[in-house]
Every structure is written in structure tokens, then in C-alpha cells.
Design a protein around this ligand. Structure first.
Ligand code: PBG
Length: 332
């Protein structure tokens, strides 16, 4: 009798039909994984296209509130605000950053009043308010750390007072998490969460974002003296450890797709809630190719986002949040 020859393992068996593929699937993306970054501008009824981020707009506060309501209805747990600040308000000491009535703080109050069931996240960094476009205060060409941290603490307190649920320090100064946590506790904001931009790289992929918040024109030089060298990942672990020790509740790796290995290392080492930011340049690359008809945009969006789950992330900040949520909620 002859023995039939067959492959030892037929991996194709569990790929043969959609139900079998569903059973064998290791990771899932759900609307509860999403944080939606939105750009806020002044005025009313204003919606303004951003050239380098097709499909993304700057919205006046009334329309941001509508967007927040739509996001909540889609099951998106959080919205993250980025203000486009009037160039006339930019100064060397960035005072507008901690004005209780700046665009971002006004938007927080409006959203919390109208859409109580969505969490509001903020950005804590001075770049939208800085005549230099840097995340920190610049003195004689140097980004000064400790003076910046003092300003960031004031900014964080103003955001917490306005009702922010999650603060997102994206500035990469040393010691800012401890300083903010102490100030929040001192002010009675014991339940305001901090998602530290812990492993934030000095990246070319932020270009479209800097257009969106009007910081590109202002920026002199680069951010290499505070953001991470793309060649490093041991350093990312040390930064995450430091920020968790100082009182961060969640940590972020940014950008996302080029740094999936860092996401995985962070999650494996610390097990803390780990997020990736699929940044403006990642979005712009996918959209540019999709709009040329060079890739299928809908499929590329979904594939890019499941990659973060596979890399161990608990959630993703993505400009695709409403679009992927609609796809996830719609007919399968
Ligand atoms: C500002 C900030 C940046 C981003 C989020 N917060 C830009 C930068 O550091 O220059 C980038 C987000 C994106 O590109 O989508 N501190």
C-alpha cells in the first residue's frame, strides 16, 4: 500500500472561507480602540480643508461639538483637540497656551456641556502658541527645559479646569509628567488621566500636522534636541518607564507604522495601556496613494489599523477614526 503524500500542515484549511478565517483571527479592531484627533479653528460654521491632509478639516467650535456628538454615536470613546492659533496670539513665552479662554479650553467646555459621554483629550505642548514653532520656550536659540515645564503645568491645569479627561503631554521635556501630576493632585483633579507621548520621535511624518495647526511657517530648525532619534528603541523603554514612574496612566508611541517594533517592546515590557499615534504623514501617504487610485484606500486604512493591534497596542489615535468606525459599525 502506498502512503499518500500531503503537506504536513495545510494552513489553507482555515483560510478557505470567511467564517473559518473569522474563527482563526488573532486580533480585532473595535470602535472602542479609537481616539479621533480634530483640528479646531475660530469662528462659527467654519469648516476649512487642510491641503496636505485630504479629507481632514479645521472646524469651528460649534462644528467640533457636532463632530464629537457624531463620534460618540459611532462608539468612539475619545476626541483629541488641536487648535489652530491666530498667528497674532503667538508669543515668545506662549501665554495663550494657559489662557482659560483659549480656543482649546473653550472647545473642551463646549464639548463637555453638549456631549458628556465622550472623553476629551488635549495636547500639552507650546508649539501652537510659540513664535518659534517649538514645543518649548526658546532662549538664545536653546529650548529651555525647566521653564517650559512650568508653563506646561499651567497649561495642563487650565485644560483640567476646563474639563479635559485626558491630558496628552507631547512636548518631550524632562520631568513634565511628575510636575503635572503633582499640580493636578494639588488642585483636586485626581481623576484627570495623563497619556504621555513617551516615545515621540523627531519625525518627518508630522509635516502635514504642522500645516494643520499653522506651526510650519513659525518653526525654526528641527526638534532633535528633545524628540527621539529614529535609530533608538532601548531609549523608548527608558522613557516609558520614567513617565509611568512619574505618574502617567497611559503611554504613547509616535509615529505609528514606522515604529511598530517599539509598540511591541513597550507593551511586552510594561503591560501598561499602550497607544500609537498614526500621524498626519502616515494618513497623508495612504490618502495620497488612494486618491491617485494606486492603492485601495478602504483596505489600506483597515490593514494599517489592525497592524497596531497586532503590535500590542490597546488603542490608536487616528484621523481615520470616524471612517473606520463607520466601516466597523456597517454591514460586514
Ligand atoms: C505638537 C504635536 C505634534 C503632533 C502632535 N502634537 C507635532 C510635532 O511634534 O511637531 C503630530 C501629530 C501628527 O503629525 O499627526 N507637540
Amino acid at each position: 500500500m502506498t502512503t499518500a503524500r500531503f503537506p504536513a500542515a495545510r494552513f489553507r484549511r482555515l483560510k478557505a472561507s470567511a467564517p473559518l478565517r473569522a474563527l482563526a483571527r488573532e486580533n480585532t479592531l473595535s470602535t472602542g480602540d479609537l481616539i479621533w484627533p480634530v483640528f479646531v479653528r475660530d469662528g462659527e460654521g467654519q469648516r476649512e480643508a487642510i491641503h496636505s491632509m485630504p479629507g481632514v478639516e479645521r472646524l469651528s467650535i460649534d462644528l467640533v461639538v457636532e463632530a464629537a456628538r457624531e463620534a460618540a454615536d459611532l462608539g468612539i470613546p475619545a476626541i483629541c483637540l488641536f487648535p489652530y492659533t491666530d498667528p497674532a496670539l503667538k508669543t515668545q513665552l506662549c501665554e495663550e497656551a494657559f489662557s482659560p479662554d483659549n480656543l482649546s479650553n473653550t472647545a473642551i467646555r463646549a464639548i463637555k456641556a453638549a456631549v458628556p459621554d465622550i472623553a476629551v483629550m488635549t495636547d500639552v505642548a507650546l508649539d501652537p502658541y510659540n513664535i518659534n514653532g517649538h514645543d518649548g520656550i526658546v532662549r538664545d536659540g536653546v529650548i529651555v527645559n525647566d521653564e517650559t515645564v512650568a508653563a506646561l503645568v499651567k497649561m495642563a491645569l487650565a485644560q483640567a479646569d476646563a474639563g479635559a479627561d485626558i491630558l496628552g503631554p507631547s512636548d518631550m521635556m524632562d520631568g513634565r509628567i511628575a510636575a503635572m501630576r503633582a499640580a493636578l493632585e494639588g488642585a483636586g483633579h485626581t481623576n484627570v488621566a495623563i497619556m504621555s507621548y513617551a516615545a515621540k520621535y523627531a519625525s518627518a511624518f508630522y509635516g502635514p500636522f504642522r500645516d494643520a495647526v499653522g506651526a510650519s511657517g513659525a518653526l525654526t530648525g528641527d526638534k532633535k534636541t528633545y524628540q527621539m532619534d529614529p535609530a533608538n528603541s532601548d531609549e523608548a523603554l527608558r522613557l516609558v518607564e520614567r513617565d509611568l514612574t512619574e505618574g502617567a496612566d497611559m503611554v504613547m508611541v509616535k509615529p505609528g507604522m514606522p515604529y511598530l517594533d517599539v509598540c511591541r517592546r513597550v507593551k511586552d515590557r510594561f503591560g501598561a495601556p499602550t497607544f500609537a499615534y498614526q500621524v498626519s504623514g502616515e494618513y497623508a501617504m495612504i490618502e495620497a496613494a488612494a486618491r491617485q487610485g494606486w492603492i485601495d484606500g478602504e483596505l489600506a486604512m483597515a490593514e494599517s489599523l489592525i497592524a497596531f493591534k497586532r503590535a500590542g497596542c490597546d488603542g490608536i489615535l487616528t484621523y481615520y477614526a470616524p471612517r473606520i468606525a463607520r466601516a466597523l459599525n456597517g454591514p460586514r
